[in-house]
Write a protein that binds this ligand. Sequence first.
Ligand code: SAH
Ligand code: SF4
Length: 371
Amino acid sequence: MAFKPEKPPIHGETPDTLAERLVADGHPRYRAGQIMEWVYARRAESPAVMTNLPAGLRSWLESTFDFSPTELVGKRTASDVTQKVLQRLRDGSFIETVIIRAPMEGVGQDRSRRTICISTQVGCAYGCKFCASGLEGWKRDLSAGEIVSQLVQVCRIEDEADPARASKGLASFDNIVVMGMGEPLANYDNLMAALRTANASWGFGFGARRITISTSGVVPRIHRLAEEPLGFRLAISLHGATNEVREQIMPVNRKYPLEELLPAAKAFARRHGRMLTLEFILIQDVNDSLDQAHRLGAIARDLHAHVNLIPYNTVEGLPWKRPSLTRQDRFVKELRNAGVTATLRREKGHDIDAACGQLRLRKEREAAGPA
Ligand code: SAH
Ligand code: SF4
C-alpha cells in the first residue's frame, strides 16, 4: 500500500512539475527555480526563511508542500566514525540513513572518504535470512521525496557540524550508496526520480558515477537500469558463489538464479564500461569455505568485478555468525591469489547496529511495546 501524505513532499517535485502547480494557482513560473535553490543549495527548512519570495507565495508553499517529509529523531556515532541517522516518516515509520567516514589510505587524517548510505523502503520483501531489514517483511516503498529528504537531512547535519563545508552541500561527500533498508530495484521509479534530483544541476548536482545502487539480484530491473541515460554504478549482493549456497540464505535466488543473474551483471558492466562490485558477506559455515572463495574468484574474474567482503554483523534473534579472523583472511587470500581485487571491510559501526535495518528494527519494536 502506498502511503498518501497530507501534503506532498517538496523534494518530490522537479522544476517542471513545480512550475505547473505554481501557474495553476496563479504564481509566476520562474519562481520554481528560486524555490529549488532554497530547497537544495540552501537547504531551507521552511518557506518562512525564503526571504526573496512574496509573503503570499510563502504561505502557498507552506500550505501546499511538506518541507520535512522525514524528521530527524536520533543520531548515534560509533567509535569508527560511522554515524546512523534515524528518521521518522509522516506515517510514524522509521528509516535509517548512514554517514560513513572512512579514512583514506596514505592521506592525512583530515581527509577521509565520506559516504552516505540511503534507504529506499520501509522493511524489505526479499527476506534474506541474515538481514534485519527483511525480518518483519515489507511495509511500504519510500516516495521519491522521502528518499531525497534523507540527503537533505544529512546535509543539514553536516552544515551544523562543519560550517566550512556547508557551502558545498552534498558535494562535500564522495559517494552515495543505495544500500540501506529495502531492495532499491523493487522501488525503481521512485528511486530513479530521487537520484535524478540528486544528480540534476537544480538539485544537488551529484555525479551519477559517484552513486552506487546495491541489489540482491532483481534481474529484469538490472537490464532496465543498464538502459538508463545516467550511468549509476551497480553492486550485486552475491553472498553465495553457487545456487545451492545462495538459495539457503537468499530466496530471490529461486526466482533469479545465478545463470540469469551473472549474464545480467555482465551485460550491465559491458554497457557502462566500468567495474561492478560484488558484495559478499562472510557467514561462518555458510559461505566461507575455500571452495566458495575459489568459485567466487572465477565469477569475479569473468565479470571483471571488484569483490567487497563484509564480515557478517550479528543480528539479534538470528543464528548466523561471522567467521574467525583466520578464516576471513584465508578467504581473501584465495581470491587475491586468483588475481581478483578484493577488499575485506572490517566492520564499521558494529557497536551501533550499523548493519542495514537494525537500528530501525529496534526502534519499531520499542514503539510497538512488549510483544
Ligand atoms: N537490498 C539491497 C540493498 C540493501 S542491503 C541488497 O541486498 O543489496 C545492503 C547490503 O547490506 C547488502 O549487501 C546486504 O546483504 C548487507 N547486509 C544485510 N544484513 C547484513 C548483516 N547483518 N551484516 C552484514 N551485511 C549485511
Ligand atoms: Fe532486502 Fe537487501 Fe536485506 Fe535482502 S539484504 S532482505 S534484499 S535489504
